[in-house]
Design a protein around this ligand. Structure first.
Ligand code: WTA
Length: 662
């Protein structure tokens, strides 16, 4: 019999159905899309591809599948930037705002679809003049400024795949990625604004370029006006754009032409250049962006508060929203940096309400952010939100990590005003677009559960032997190819097979655990590498973290299994308190007890440390590996992907001071 392989303790009774008002206006409010896809998955995706995408030439085969290599919409010809821009302008929507862009210092730009088409066409001509041809890779290393989507779309217009490297990465990381992709051109800026001050980017880019051979030109956007060193390969964006023609017909590209590479940073191994192609990717991101956010492009103001340097920004700031012709907000800076007129006194006394201020001013209807951000807002407290009118909001989304039920409830209560459906979207750089999520007008949600697969995607939870289980915890696999799936790892097809398709035969597996509850709801349990083994019980860190966050004083928690002579591994929790709570040994003890009450004695942590902060990657995921090192008293391994390296020192000091009990 197929048995659960990860135990599950957390149970949730709260349920939220979409309101009658929401259902009445929803794009889809019944099972019809699910039923259609279940009846004929390929026909379903073919219909979406023909309805949501404009093809220069129709495709003749929906899917060619030679495990693990997929080709979607074979024979189809299209252009991504045409789908994102020209067709909307041709339909008379050139005056619609594509981006309400807001810089951190409070400067703004309103960019219509016609404006964007003009800039993209000019920059596409610039790239051609610099010798960029179809198939050449262009590396982009930029802050969140409008020139970033312009550069991406210009690349897609001429069929040159882009490779975006998040602006927070080091020169080594940038050089590695340039070298692996053999990029010909680098696009960067002098710097950007973050946490109230300008930061420099060009110097880091220069160091990286010096360590590469392939870069022929570096195009530099002037964002801050700071002094920069100037090299032979450098050219100013504004100089090139001043002379560029706005006439650049979109290339007719093949459905399977490479759209972009995006490197996932393994913590130890060489980064993997994840390959995404055009037709299938566009179909799935357009479909999910439309239905998962219940998009009404004539009325909505959508905001994905991620960075374009991550896949979330690629799919749900740029390609999905523009393909659907909607109006988006794009913001350069951090949520704790108010506009300059609200920066009084020292930084600590500044309001932490920039997001709520932006939602109120632009009338944002959909907000898409990460659990790590939501838990930070919990820590800051609801008083930052309360002065703002957020009643324009209609749908809330989350992505990036499992959302703990209490963080979900906080989002629901304080941001959603108890009326907005929450879509908890599970997906990966590799999947390209949403895979598991509620549909806001259809699904009755449970706080913390991502519920189930989207129409046209087949998810199965399997046991150690790779057999599907119907209830309980196991490994999350995808059993059929999907349109936006990665097509491979750049330059390394063997590694692609080995990494994703070898653990369970015939299945895609990328490392997450999941459980199915008694009502068939799917719950993500975090990375399987993080699953603990306590006295022979395989327990997910996610569930313990959710029980910790369930305590009213806790905003955020990270749990690791530390080696223990008696139990094999012991549960160690690191906890950030909500604003207004004093750290004390009594409180830590109370929180330990809370976990036992909630989940049972087996789940009681050996120790709970109250810490000021947690080590996170630059995209906001908790780095449990480092916490395990601290818990086991080891020297720290590689910390280069850490957003703020000093955090670990502080945690180590606290852990050394605090008593541990058995
Ligand atoms: C995690 C981000 C639980 C998961 C789009 C996955 C999630 C990894 C969720 C991919 C979610 C993402 N619930 N876990 N809703 N969304 N994850 O490549 O572990 O940056 O494998 O893509 O994030 O991260 P990536």
């Amino acid at each position: 019999m197929n048995e659960p392989t990860i135990e599950d303790y957390y149970s949730e009774d709260r349920k939220f159905a979409p309101s009658a008002d929401f259902v009445a206006q929803a794009l889809t409010a019944d099972q019809s899309l699910y039923e259609e896809a279940a009846a004929d998955r390929l026909a379903f995706w073919a219909r979406q591809a023909r309805e949501l995408v404009t093809w220069f030439e129709d495709f003749d085969t929906v899917l060619e599948w030679e495990l693990p290599f997929a080709k979607w919409f074979v024979g189809g010809k299209l252009n991504m930037s045409y789908n994102c821009l020209d067709r909307h302008v041709e339909a008379g929507k050139g005056d619609r705002v594509a981006f309400h862009w807001e810089g951190e210092p409070g400067d703004t730009r309103t960019i219509t679809y016609a404006d964007l088409l003009d800039e993209v066409s000019r920059f596409a001509n610039v790239l051609k003049d610099l010798g960029v041809h179809k198939g050449d890779r262009v590396c982009i290393y930029m802050p969140m400024i409008p020139e970033l989507p312009v550069a991406m779309l210009a690349c897609s217009r001429i069929g040159a795949p882009h490779s975006i490297v998040f602006g927070g990465f080091s020169s080594d990381a940038l050089a590695d990625r340039i070298n692996d992709a053999e990029a010909k051109v680098l696009i960067t800026s002098d710097g950007g604004y973050r946490r109230g001050d300008p930061f420099a980017l060009k110097g880091t880019a220069d160091t990286a370029v010096a360590a590469t051979d392939s870069i022929e030109h570096v195009v530099v956007v002037q964002r801050t006006g700071q002094d920069v060193a100037w090299n032979d390969v450098d050219v100013w964006w504004h100089d090139l754009m001043a002379d560029a023609s706005p006439d650049c017909p979109p290339e007719s590209l093949d459905s399977e032409d490479l759209l972009y590479l995006l490197y996932t940073s393994g913590t130890t191994a060489k980064p993997k250049g994840i390959m995404h192609t055009t037709g299938g990717y566009l179909t799935q991101v357009a479909f999910t962006h439309k239905y998962v956010f219940d998009l009404h492009p004539d009325d909505d103001v959508y905001w994905c508060a991620a960075d374009i340097g991550w896949v979330t920004g690629h799919s749900y700031i740029v390609y999905g929203p523009l393909a659907n012709g909607c109006t988006s907000v794009m913001y350069e800076g951090t949520p704790d940096t108010p506009r300059p007129e609200h920066r009084e006194g020292d930084r600590a006394s500044w309001p932490k309400d920039r997001l709520w201020d932006i939602i109120e001013r632009y009338g944002v209807t959909q907000l898409y952010t990460a659990p790590t951000a939501i838990r930070t807002f919990m820590k800051w407290g609801a008083q930052e939100v309360e002065p703002h009118d957020l009643s324009s909001l209609k749908v809330l989304g989350t992505v990036g990590e499992p959302i703990n039920p209490e963080a979900w409830m906080w989002y629901h209560t304080y941001i959603g005003g108890e009326t907005c459906p929450i879509v908890d979207t599970w997906w990966q750089t590799e999947t390209g677009g949403h895979m598991i999520t509620p549909m806001p007008g259809v699904t009755t949600t449970k706080p913390g559960s991502a519920v189930g697969a989207i129409p046209g995607v087949d998810i199965e939870v399997v046991d150690d032997a790779g057999n599907p289980i119907e209830r309980g915890g196991g490994y999350l696999t995808i059993s059929e190819p999907w349109p936006a799936m990665l097509r491979g790892i750049w330059g390394d097809p063997e590694r692609y097979k080995e990494t994703y398709w070898s653990t369970y035969e015939g299945r895609y597996f990328a490392g997450d655990g999941a459980k199915i509850d008694d009502e068939g709801y799917l719950w993500l349990l975090g990375r399987v590498d993080d699953v603990m083994n306590v006295s022979g019980h395989r327990i997910s860190t996610t569930e313990i973290e959710s029980a910790l966050v369930d305590h009213p004083s806790v905003a955020e928690a990270a749990v690791v299994g530390a080696t223990d002579a008696t139990t094999g591994q012991a549960i160690v929790g690191y906890v950030i308190l909500r604003g207004g709570n004093e750290a004390s040994a009594e409180l830590a003890e109370e929180i330990r007890g809370h976990v036992a009450t909630k989940l049972g004695a087996i789940a009681r942590p050996r120790a709970v440390f109250l810490v000021p902060d947690l080590p996170k990657t630059r995209s906001g995921k908790i780095m449990r590996r480092l916490l395990r090192d601290v818990a086991e008293g080891r020297n720290l391994g590689d910390t280069t992907t850490l957003a703020d390296a000093s955090v670990v020192d502080e945690i180590r000091d606290r852990a050394a001071e605090a008593p541990q009990e058995d």
